[in-house]
Design a protein around this ligand. Structure first.
Ligand code: NOJ
Length: 538
């Protein structure tokens, strides 16, 4: 271990989707006391930190990404005292806590937006958001062609005829980041949470924030769940002006030892993403290109090479991620043929196309691969149990605004947000005493922590071993050396002595020489079967 190597550079962070993690008071919704009660479990995974999805006061129209008060906790998640306790209890167990910062938009219930609605066009109150006149006779048409990521126009008209911008739900008005008051307020919000004990922030839609002056038309279809614009000078995404704001945040975060900022920025390539990690900007930025890479060695290798090279040009390393609360869980993704559009499949695809065994086998191998790579890694709650996407949730329980706003053409993201099974049996498989806000499927108990704890070969024990092996063999070093091995294989060396090999082909390959310290599945006859990853040490 290199002593001046910062913790986050190769840290493993566990993502807690609070609503669905552990319910301490039996109201069917996860909460901070529930999370505190499960900190020993998180610590037992060997991770360095947790990132908690938004917990603020909110109408929860977008799972809490619609914030009504940035300095308070939603009553069903707990209190500020609970949050403070979480910070200290977590720290006692060697875990840092990252808070989710939502700067692109507030909730329409935020006092600023209410005040804006109560104030006339041109007022200071309206200036904190994007209120503009419409087009056409009488301004009855939206100001431009911008689309909401969740479907429909990105503009909604208010009683006096002006339109306000919302790149997401109508209840998520975009803040105007050219406004000094908005900028000052977020500096205070950062300090508020850092002073309370947070170790940094995951920053929501970090590639949004600034909109192009004059609100020009996009002139193309932007209706994609999480937009990844593939052009320069896009009016809503990845504007170069946003980096100045980030630099301002970074100087505040740097006042707090060990604190970090990670960008959630869906971008089409690494040359754009690297901009976010230049010195004085973000410490980390999720690599969603890895998550989207097909299970195929040359494509996967290319993705990894680009990430390592581009991040190295700015002195950074990538942040790997396979699943989160916005995407179909990777145990299901990897079980579908490569040409299937996963989101459409979730809605009404041919269920016979899914091969769940292959999905899980690959998911396990992918985790063993990810944890072997230089850089940091984020684990999404439940992936360590091998949880699949619950793609068949009944329409009546769907909560994601995407469902309605897409005209019911996108089922939305509820299927990866189903509450965690802690126990084999019981009303909500140990999630809480009062049921669960989304129904858990039959058979969820077999995947529970209780069913897997201490069971050799279980996905839970595989993750524990992988995180421990990473700490033992790979900590504090960015180096990776590709190896040429026969077959549809990905192979590289790390550190002094570790070789990681992933068989992505359809036939077994010989096991490399050395002591096997980690294997994502059985290794019969000294071979590495298809969809299996191993680490050997020699
Ligand atoms: C990205 C978040 O991860 C997602 O859940 C949310 O809907 C959008 N940003 C809008 O805040």
């Amino acid at each position: 271990m290199v002593s001046n190597y910062p913790w986050w550079r190769d840290g493993v962070v566990y993502q807690v989707y609070l609503r669905s993690f552990a319910d301490g008071n039996g109201d069917g919704t996860g909460d901070i006391p529930g999370l505190i009660s499960r900190l020993p479990y998180i610590a037992s995974l060997g991770v360095d930190a947790i990132w908690v999805n938004p917990w603020y006061t909110s109408p929860l129209n977008d799972g809490g990404y619609d914030v009504a008060d940035y300095r308070n906790i939603h009553e069903s998640f707990g209190t500020l005292e609970d949050a403070k306790l979480l910070f200290t209890e977590a720290r006692d167990k060697g875990l840092r806590v990252l808070v989710d910062l939502v700067p692109n938009h507030t909730s329409s219930e935020h006092p600023w937006f209410r005040a804006a609605l109560d104030s006339p066009p041109g007022s200071l109150e309206r200036g904190r958001y994007h209120f503009v006149p419409g087009r056409g006779g009488g301004g009855v048409e939206p100001p431009n062609d911008w689309k909401s990521v969740f479907g429909g126009p990105a503009w909604t008209r208010v009683a006096d005829g002006q339109w306000y911008l919302h790149l997401f739900d109508v209840t998520q008005p975009d803040l105007n980041w050219s406004n000094r008051e908005v900028r000052a307020e977020f500096i205070e919000i950062l300090r508020f949470w850092l002073d309370l004990g947070a170790s940094g922030f995951r920053v929501d839609v970090a590639h949004a924030l600034v909109k192009k002056e004059g609100y020009p038309d996009v002139g193309e279809d932007t209706e994609e769940l999480l937009a990844t614009p593939d052009r320069e000078d896009h009016p809503t995404w990845d504007r170069p002006e946003l980096h100045e704001i980030v630099q301002e945040w970074r100087s505040v975060v740097d006042e707090y030892p060990d604190a970090v900022m990670i960008a959630e920025a869906w971008l089409p390539n690494w040359s754009r993403l690297a901009e976010y990690m230049k010195p004085g900007r973000y410490h980390q930025a999720f690599d969603f290109l890895f998550l989207r890479s097909p299970w195929q060695p040359s494509a996967m290798r290319q993705t990894i090479v680009e990430a390592l090279q581009a991040s190295a040009t700015v002195g950074a390393v990538p942040t790997w991620v396979l699943s989160n609360h916005d995407v179909v869980r990777h145990a299901t993704r990897y079980g579908l043929p490569p040409d299937v559009r996963v989101r459409n499949w979730v809605l009404d695809g041919d269920r016979s196309l899914l091969d769940p065994e292959t999905g899980l086998r690959r998911a396990r191998a992918a985790a063993v691969l990810m944890l072997a790579l230089p850089g940091s890694a984020y684990l999404y709650q439940g992936e360590e149990l091998g949880l699949p996407e619950v793609y068949d949730l009944p329409e009546a329980v769907l909560d994601d605004p995407v469902w309605e706003r897409s005209g019911r053409k996108e089922k939305g993201r509820d299927g990866c947000r189903v509450p965690i099974p802690w126990k084999t049996t019981g009303p909500s498989f140990g999630f809480g005493d009062g049921g669960s806000w989304l129904p858990q499927p039959r058979g969820w108990g077999e995947l529970s922590v209780e069913s897997q704890e201490g069971v050799p070969g279980s996905t839970l024990e595989l993750y524990r071993r992988a995180v421990a092996a990473r700490a033992r063999h790979l900590e504090g070093d960015d180096h990776l050396e590709w190896q040429t091995v026969e077959g549809d294989v990905l192979a590289f060396r790390r550190g002094d002595d570790v070789m990681c090999l992933v068989n992505m082909g359809v036939t077994p390959v010989p096991r490399p020489e050395g002591k096997v310290v980690l294997a994502s599945g059985p290794l019969p006859d000294d071979l590495v079967p298809p969809d299996t990853a191993i680490w050997v040490v020699n």
